[in-house]
Write a protein that binds this ligand. Structure first.
Ligand code: BES
Ligand code: ZN
Length: 646
């Protein structure tokens, strides 16, 4: 029951966070859009945890450190050599050893530089409005250190406050102090010209990866306030997109957040805003505190992609509330979030929607397990990272889907949702505000069920093959799971008809555009995924399918990228080369739209598929357009298509 895994510190930080810990950090920044730097200071309030501490070590990545102060007096500092993944450690020796319980004030003045991985600086042409530049950050998993000197580990949770001066409106993952969000944009000053100082405060402690900033020509639209709630919701986007964004998300956001509160515990961050970013944003969504970042590809015009918002708001409890200690236990964030996201879908829609989401997830899981056949370590739920290993190399659906399926399996063996959800609530109440690992989670699980059920439940827990679930690899889940298949049946049936038509002449096929009439975008996605589970269809069939269903030209990115996966499933055909060309144009926006498909869920598999059909096209296209992609996406695509060593 209690585990004897020895304690391992976070393998991705060089900071001495176990000896001395940041409680609060105050940022004072100025954004320079011309030189593309953020310049200013970070003032840490820290507490000494070890008996005696001689120096404070922070993580930094490509920061230019100008000076340091300890308790108001200037101090020396040493910047270590750059580690390719962890960056450079910043050592600040203390003038005299600090004893346990002492508070320290450490101020570092610094600037970012153009290689900072967390930040993407966009030209005005890369935005919707094409009039002003744009800046945004992505700090998870370990890039906060390229934005500021920090103890960049989720084991440390800190509060923060900031003052940021900029010629464009500034958003941060915190509560706006001034000027008010619903006041005139940019405090009534001239956007793009006048400097305004934005003040933010994050009074709830968060891991460093949730620190976030965006600056650009953005507008705000508040959602109607909810009765009896001490939180507000609103939507931020460029003016050209604000109405579409409001339409897409206003219906569901507060409703799902309120439903989450009923299942778990009240939302405690005060503000839940959404920001729709430019298309190079590398994720579908990122649960930055108080301000979820979203890809603009969710603006499908039919509210079918709001699941991503449901996922991100669920992180309010799993990840932002209860946090994993380090990358090895990332599944505690994503597995729990994915599991509860689907409970919410079941609660607000139907049980069939929950099953549907598990089915879609299962395809992603098996694809990723296959991708990692040569790296079986990353097929595991708990990954034993070496010091300095890159957690982004292990980013996949495994922690999401294996994690969510483990919880679904536990729900089933322990007696169903009615008894399992009270357990989940107890888990959150117990660990809210803390960072925990898999051992702590499992010890609490056993403790809860021994108090709330006894022998039977403990036997049920002992029936779980823990070794296989937590530390096993392979291409399958340890248990064959059953899901509600109601919503996938039609999509599966249509895919089967295509599979059975493979020997027929294209001219004699009786498929019609209306086959998809009753499908929403998720069902279309399932249809295209199901096709990939069969042997590749003949090229003529695929071309026909792309045309009659319009999926080869659709503006719905979720559908279009899956079409390319189907069409490039057999990369050796002569037709595949032509499709690879088209896919290459589409993914970088060289198709007349100018819209890059920067979300990694889309661009990485598409680049991989192009690469398997025509390496030259993949590499040349990437080289020409790489600056359109976020630095994180750039690094990973380079690895995927063999332009960088893994
Ligand atoms: N926190 C993740 C995004 C993330 C994870 C960024 C690890 C960097 C490192 C976010 O909550 C997420 O899971 N996004 C998904 C959304 C989906 C599962 C609904 C995405 O972007 O695809
Ligand atoms: Zn997530």
């Amino acid at each position: 029951m209690s585990s004897n895994t020895p304690f391992k510190p976070d393998p991705t930080t060089q900071s001495n966070y176990l000896d001395v810990t940041t409680e609060h950090v105050e940022f004072n920044w100025e954004i320079d859009f011309v030189f593309r730097v953020i310049e200013g200071s970070a003032l840490h309030t820290m507490i000494v945890k070890a008996d005696e501490v001689y120096e404070v070590i922070f993580d930094t990545g490509d920061l230019h450190i100008e000076s340091a102060e300890v308790n108001g007096s200037s101090a020396t500092f040493v910047l270590g050599d750059k580690h390719p993944v962890m960056g450079s450690s910043l050592h600040i020796p203390l003038p005299s050893p600090a004893k346990k319980g002492t508070k320290l004030q450490i101020k570092i003045s610094y600037k970012t530089n153009k290689d900072c991985v967390a930040l993407q600086w966009l030209e005005k042409e890369q935005t919707q409005g094409k009039t002003f530049p744009y800046l945004f950050s992505q700090c998870q998993p370990i890039y906060a250190r390229t934005l500021a000197p920090l103890q960049d580990t989720p084991s440390v949770k800190l509060t923060y406050s900031s003052k940021v001066t900029s010629v464009l409106p500034v958003l941060m993952s915190a509560i706006r102090v001034s000027p008010p969000s619903s006041g005139p944009a940019h405090d009534g000053k001239e956007i793009g010209k006048d400097k305004v100082t934005y003040a933010y405060n994050q009074p709830t402690s968060i891991p460093s990866y949730l620190i976030a900033i965006a600056a650009g020509n953005v507008r705000f639209k508040a959602l109607p306030s909810e009765k009896d709630k001490n939180w507000t919701c609103g939507i931020w986007a460029e003016p050209e997109l604000i109405d579409a964004a409001y339409w897409e998300f206003s219906e569901d956001t507060a409703r799902f957040l309120a439903a989450g509160e009923k299942i778990v515990v009240p939302y405690k961050f005060g503000v839940y805003d959404l920001l729709v970013l430019p298309p190079s944003f590398p994720y579908g969504g990122m649960e930055n505190a108080c301000l979820t970042f979203l890809t603009p590809t969710l603006l499908a015009g039919d509210r079918t992609l709001v699941d991503v918002v449901v996922h991100e708001l669920t992180h309010s409890w799993f990840g932002n509330g209860v946090t994993h200690t380090d990358a090895s236990h990332f599944w505690l964030n994503e597995g729990f979030t994915t599991y509860i996201e689907r409970v919410l879908l079941q609660t607000l829609h139907t049980p069939a929607h929950r099953g549907f989401s598990f089915v879609i997830g299962y395809k992603g899981l098996t694809d990723d397990l296959k991708n990692y056949e040569t790296k079986p370590k990353y097929q595991r739920l708990v990954i034993d990272f070496d010091v300095g290993e890159d957690p982004d190399d292990a980013y996949s659906q495994v922690p999401y889907e294996k994690g969510a399926n483990l919880l679904l399996h536990l729900e089933r063996v322990l007696g169903g949702l009615d008894v399992f959800l009270p357990y989940i609530r107890n888990y959150v109440e117990t660990f809210m505000g803390r960072s925990i690992n898999t051992d702590i989670w499992k010890a609490h699980l056993y403790e809860y069920w021994s108090k709330n059920g006894g022998e039977d439940k403990l036997n049920a827990l002992d029936s779980v093959d823990w070794e296989a679930w937590l530390h096993g690899g392979g291409l399958k889940l340890p248990v064959e799971m059953e899901y509600d298949l109601t919503l996938v049946q039609e999509a599966y049936a249509l895919a089967k008809r295509w599979d059975e038509s493979r020997t027929k002449n294209v001219a004699s096929l009786d498929f019609k555009k209306s086959d998809l009439d009753s499908f929403d975008s998720n069902q279309k996605a399932v249809f295209l995924e199901r096709l990939q589970s069969f042997k590749p269809l003949p090229a003529a069939h695929i071309a026909h399918l792309g045309k009659i269903y319009g999926v080869a030209a659709t503006t719905n990115t979720e559908i279009r990228y899956r079409y390319y996966e189907v069409a490039l499933q057999d990369p050796s055909t002569p037709e595949a080369k032509a499709v690879a060309q088209e896919a290459a144009k589409w993914v970088v926006g060289n198709d007349g739209t100018g819209v890059v498909k920067g979300r990694m869920k889309f661009c990485r598999p598409v680049f991989r598929a192009i690469n398997s059909a025509d390496t030259t096209v993949a590499r040349e296209t990437f080289e020409e357009y790489k600056l359109s992609f976020h630095p994180i996406a750039r690094r990973l695509i380079e690895k995927d298509i063999g332009l960088a060593v893994v």
